[in-house]
Structure formats: structure tokens, C-alpha cells
Design a protein around this ligand. Structure first.
Ligand SMILES: Cc1cc2nc3c(=O)[nH]c(=O)nc-3n(C[C@H](O)[C@H](O)[C@H](O)COP(=O)(O)O)c2cc1C
Length: 148
């Protein structure tokens, strides 16, 4: 069975909801899903999974949320050859660096040797219908990549 691990950071719930949308679609596609809050896991835990997903919001002035910084730093030193990764997140287009943390995680994953499964999805605040469609397409693409 293919396992996807989704690690998320969410302060007001938008990103957790995004993680749930991706999780539900992955499950619809027959994938086992473990969703974990970022302070409860180590980046090494991605070694147990076939699909590694991070869902994060952006804080400060284009900064990572404080609670995901340790995970982010560990991730860069983790080898994930043969795994497929994806990044999704929520931000606010009001800010100059919209969803910067999504970009930062994409770069961190590229250092691990994992393969990018789908284009990252950036959501303005809470996911609306159009975002839900993008998130479902993201999940489908990631699964196609892992099964290729
Ligand atoms: C103090 C503060 C700083 C923020 N800075 C950014 C930012 O630089 N870029 C961005 O895209 N969003 C920024 N945001 C918006 C949040 O990322 C956005 O509200 C997001 O939906 C929060 O996700 P959550 O509901 O999962 O906590 C900021 C929000 C706050 C409160």
C-alpha cells in the first residue's frame, strides 16, 4: 500500500483545512494517509512514506511559522531519494511575499533528492471552490507521479 505523510503547520485553521482536502482526495485515490502536526514529527519520519507532503502558512514578512522551523532545518539534511514530494499552503495576497514558505519548502525538498510530484498550490486565506479543485488535481498528479 502506498503511504502519504502530510506534515502541516496551521495557526487559524486554513492550512489544516487544505491538508484535509489533500488527504481526502489521496484517500479517494486509494492511498493511505497520515496527517501530522509539524511539532509532533521529525523530518526523518518521511522515510516511512512514499509521498511526502508539507502544508504550511507564511508568517512575519515572508517567514516560516516558528513552529515549523526545526522541521524545515532537519528536512534539508534528510535524504529522501526515491520519494515523491509536494507542497501546499495558505497565505494572504495582501503581503509582499505571498506564500513564501511554500517556495522555501520546495527548495528544501529539492535538496533531499526527492522528486517533485506536482506543482505547489498556494491558497489565498481559506480554500474556496476553485482552490479545492486545484488541491484535488495536485493530489491526483502526485499519485500519478508515484505510480509512474
Ligand atoms: C502577522 C502575520 C504575518 C503574515 N505574513 C504573511 C506573509 O508574509 N505572506 C503571506 O502570504 N501570508 C502572510 N500572512 C497570512 C497567513 O499566512 C494567512 O492568514 C494564512 O491563511 C494563515 O494560515 P492558517 O489559518 O493555517 O494559520 C501573515 C499573517 C499574519 C497574522
Amino acid at each position: 500500500m502506498t503511504l502519504a505523510k502530510i506534515v502541516y503547520a496551521s495557526m487559524t485553521g486554513n492550512t489544516e483545512e487544505i491538508a484535509d482536502i489533500v488527504a481526502e482526495e489521496l484517500e479517494n485515490l486509494g492511498i493511505d494517509v497520515e496527517k501530522e502536526e509539524c511539532t509532533q514529527v521529525d523530518a526523518e519520519d518521511f522515510n516511512d512514506a512514499d509521498i511526502c507532503i508539507v502544508a504550511t502558512y507564511t508568517y512575519g514578512d515572508g517567514e516560516l511559522p516558528d513552529e515549523i522551523v526545526d522541521f524545515y532545518e532537519e528536512l534539508q539534511d534528510t535524504t529522501l531519494n526515491g520519494k515523491v514530494f509536494g507542497v501546499v499552503g495558505s497565505g494572504d495576497t495582501f503581503y509582499e511575499f505571498f506564500c513564501q514558505s511554500v517556495n522555501d519548502f520546495e527548495q528544501a525538498f529539492l535538496k533531499t533528492g526527492a522528486t517533485k510530484g506536482a506543482e505547489s498550490v498556494k491558497v489565498d486565506l481559506a480554500a474556496e471552490e476553485e482552490d479545492i479543485e486545484k488541491l484535488e488535481a495536485f493530489a491526483k498528479k502526485v499519485v500519478e507521479t508515484v505510480q509512474a
